[in-house]
Every structure is written in C-alpha cells, then in structure tokens.
Design a protein around this ligand. Sequence first.
Ligand code: ADE
Length: 262
Amino acid sequence: MNFYVMTLFPEMIDQGLNNSIMGRAIDKGLIQLDAVNIRDYSNDLRHKKVDDYTYGGGAGMLMQAQPIYDCYKAIEKKIEESHSDKKKPRVVYVTPQGRVFNQQMARDFAKEEDLVFLCGHYEGVDERVLEEIVTDYVSIGDYVLTGGELPAMVMIDCISRLVKGVLNNDVSSETESFNDGLLEYPQYSRPEEWMGRKVPPILLSGNHKKVDEWRLEKAIERTKERRPDMYEEWIKLHPVKPPKKRRRKHHADENGDKNGNN
Ligand code: ADE
C-alpha cells in the first residue's frame, strides 16, 4: 500500500512513522511512505511562501491553493506512472471538521492501493483547492491540534496494521479491541504471580473452550464498564439468550394451567 502525505513538515512524518512495526513494513516493501513537501511547489521562488491573509478578514494565515494543487498533481502523475489503471486516488484532508475516524473507516481505507493525505496548518486551507482534490474529510476526534501531521500519522498507522503481512500474526488484528464491537479481554504473561496478583487459573487450565468463554465474558464486562456506548450497540446485535427452561412434570398443586404452562 502506498501512502503520500502532502505536508509542510515531511521530516515529522518520516521520523514519526519509520520505527518499530511501521519501519519494518516499509523496509519489507509492504508499505511505501512518501512525505511530500508542499513548499517545494510554491511559485514564490525567493521565499517559498505557501500562506497568505484571509479574504474578508480574520486572524491568522491560510494555506494557498496553488502549491497544494501542484503538489497533488505531481503525486497523481507519480501514481499514474506506477500503475496501468487510471483510477484517481482518494485524497484525505485531515481536519477537525471531518467525519471522526474509526476502525471501520480504517478497514475501508486499507482496501485502497494508494492513499493521499493533506495536512493543514495555520488557520486552514483555501476552500477552492479542497473542492478540487479532496474526496474524504476526516478528523481524529473532537479536539483541535496545531496541524494535520499527527492525525495523518495516527490514521496511517492504524490503516497499515490491517495490510496483510504488516503484523507478524494476522490473528492479532482480528481479536483486538473494536473487532466485533467489543474491547479486548485482559491478558497476562509470566510470571504466574506478580506483586501478589495471580494469573486467573482458567488461563492455565489448557481448556481452550473454557478460555474462550472466559475471554468473551471479560470482553463483555470490560466494554460494559468502560465503553457503555459500545456495549449498547453490541448488545443490540447479540441479545443475551434467556437460560433454557427445564421441563417439569405437571403437578396439580403447582401454579400454572393444566397444560403445564407457567
Ligand atoms: N487538525 C487539527 N485538529 C485535527 C483533528 N482533531 N483531526 C484531524 N485533523 C486535525
């Protein structure tokens, strides 16, 4: 999967994502990361200016349309040259004014071969270039950061771990928090006892069926306690079955009708 990030701070993207699992995925060629400096596309050759005052007044500067558009066109050309199909890439503008990113959106983006991110700065971006190139407006939450680089990195990290081969074992991307709408169950490693706290004995039993049941129970409990909003959604799709009624013989002195119905 190929990520292109349009930014004024490419070194932030390179340094932030070239470590650990992401770094390995890049080395293996599973992920390609290209942080492109918008400033390189400024028509102002002397000062490389990319921002200007806002029409109508107001505090702060706005990123201008031209450098962003030219930066995008260079990326588009690169993508066209590297594939035979002429499909335009999705272009994600990271902004607090977008839809809030979640695991389902990550799964959807992970299906793309190429993804382009636009990171804003200052007071925002000239609306006209957004109208021209952006396909998705995405936020990472209802709070405002100083720029789009951190949100873009958050999304790229999250999407990348869904790309086949990026995680060492594919099971961990399936059983993790948010899959199936539940938080993950608690986990334990050695030693069996630490600071007087013991690993739950069921996990040492070797009984996989019982372990799975225990984990599901804990995942439900944890979700109910920590994320009641998620629990409400989950329970709608997984109504708890009432315990089976035991069949009882009819006795004349029991409450109920003569057919044995209580
Ligand atoms: N830029 C600034 N704040 C942001 C946020 N919360 N999400 C995405 N982009 C942003």
